[in-house]
Design a protein around this ligand. Structure first.
Ligand SMILES: *Cc1c(COP(=O)(O)O)cnc(C)c1O
Length: 438
């Protein structure tokens, strides 16, 4: 399967190259030249199959030229080694819990798959490759956990001192092994600048080859289509339409769902549910895509003012608003509405929902009447303990920490203090050899 860049349609790269490069040299996003499909017979034959089995079949469509079957199967099985239970709230509403991976958020699907795939691609390189990531919280822990122990790869993660929650910080500073955390004396933007500068520093990369693992990598989208497909095959819905409500920020999750539909998994529609960062719902309403600075909300993993996957969505829908509207409905909700939803879900269903999942549930409630007889699948993207402060204060109860979090809270933080200075940072990259020991 070949890929092109959304800003240069004549560029052709193998899937392997697109994944190793992450972002096209011209700044565009990689897309497969065509979205492959499965026949209705093959799709119905997947009824009741496990997520790794379905994942293997989907990834083969994209990766069969770059990875042999046995290796690909092993990558999928290792990456997707946690459950994704479907919980019924009532006849018409199910919650798909995507937070049972090691960092308790759905980003584990993308990060674990991408890391193993990159490890596979790089395993015969003579030099180790270093993944550089700047993080303001969630992405960092998913990426760090994803690459933990993957041979041939080191991870250096930069985060702004004092600006990530203590829980998030512990999740990526206590890992050791091939993961090094740098606590930068600056903001998240400063961290990103340092990373960008390193990527254009040819001299440095001779000493230490670098690779990126940011959220626009195609390898993160592919595994996110697995759970849509697995839900379709699990519910075995011959005639029951399925509507997925997706809490969205950069719209990678929604893009992956639409890819699953294109592959041939019957999905009636999607709801793009956002907090007050509603650039995409506004686009669906007015036809105008107007990015703007992000606003802070209680569902902060979706505080995105310029969604990075929007160009991919536009490609999929051939830049047609009509095509977009035929498949995706938009909805946005305030923090107050989100809190009220969390309270209602607790009171009525005794279900503890995190703020992101609550936004998705509100989206389904808004559109449910337009899809008579449909089942709504609400994606719960984070464990409520991950957003403990908001959940506890909204519901006036204590959220117990899952064992995985409790364990890392008790470990010792190991971070290297780093000035906000490129010369100090590049010197560190050139000279530090005992990664993870600092
Ligand atoms: C990243 C994230 C989202 C948004 O996902 P996108 O793919 O960026 O739209 C939603 N919920 C949680 C908990 C997240 O971490």
């Amino acid at each position: 399967m070949l890929c092109y860049s959304t800003s240069n349609k004549s560029l052709r790269l193998s899937m392997r190259e697109a994944i190793l490069q992450g972002l096209a040299p011209d700044g565009g996003l990689f897309m497969p030249v065509e979205i492959p499909s499965l026949s209705p017979n093959v799709v119905s034959g997947l009824r009741g199959k496990s997520m790794p089995e379905i994942g293997f079949i989907i990834s083969k469509l994209f990766l069969s030229e770059d990875v042999g079957d046995a290796d690909l199967r092993a990558i999928v099985e290792e990456a997707i080694n946690f459950p994704a239970p479907l919980v019924s709230l009532d006849e018409q509403t199910k919650v798909l819990e995507l937070h049972h991976g090691p960092t308790l958020a759905f980003k584990d699907f993308g990060a674990r798959f991408m890391s193993r795939l990159m490890g596979h691609f790089l395993r015969n390189e003579s030099q180790k490759v270093t993944i550089l990531v700047a993080t303001s919280g969630d992405t960092g822990s998913a990426v760090a956990h994803g690459f933990l122990g993957v041979e041939g790869i080191d991870v250096v993660l930069l985060y702004p001192r004092g600006m990530v929650s203590p829980l998030q910080e512990k999740q990526f500073t206590t890992l050791g092994q091939n993961i090094t955390a740098l606590e930068v004396d600056g903001t998240f933007d400063d961290c990103q600048k340092l990373v960008k500068q390193a990527f254009v520093d040819a001299e440095l990369q001779k000493a230490r080859p670098l690779a990126s693992a940011n959220s626009i990598n195609l390898a993160r989208l592919i595994p996110q289509s697995f759970y849509y497909a697995a839900t379709v095959s699990q519910l075995a819905l011959d005639n029951i339409p399925l509507v997925f409500s997706v809490p969205s920020g950069n719209f990678g999750n929604l893009t992956a769902g639409i890819i699953a539909k294109k592959i041939g998994f019957p999905i009636r529609a999607f709801i793009a549910a956002t907090n007050s960062n509603d650039v995409v719902p506004q686009y669906i309403k007015s036809g105008v895509f107007a990015p703007r600075p992000s606003l802070a909300t209680i569902s902060n993993a979706m505080d995105v003012g310029n969604p990075s996957n929007f160009d991919r969505l536009r490609e999929i829908f051939s830049s047609s608003l009509e095509n977009f509207r035929a498949v995706v409905s938009g909805a946005s909700f305030s923090d107050n509405e989100t809190r009220e939803a969390m309270i209602l879900l607790k009171d009525k269903y005794n279900y503890l929902m995190d703020p992101h999942g609550a936004v998705a549930w509100l989206g389904w409630k808004q559109y449910q009447n337009q899809f008579p007889g449909a089942v709504g699948v609400v994606l719960e993207t984070a464990h409520p303990a991950k957003f403990r402060e908001v959940v506890e204060e909204t519901l006036n109860l204590e959220v117990p920490l899952p064992a995985a979090l409790e364990d890392c809270m008790n470990r010792e933080k190991k971070a290297v203090p780093m000035e906000n200075s490129y010369s100090r940072f590049s010197e560190f990259l050139r000279t530090s050899t005992i990664y993870g020991e600092t």
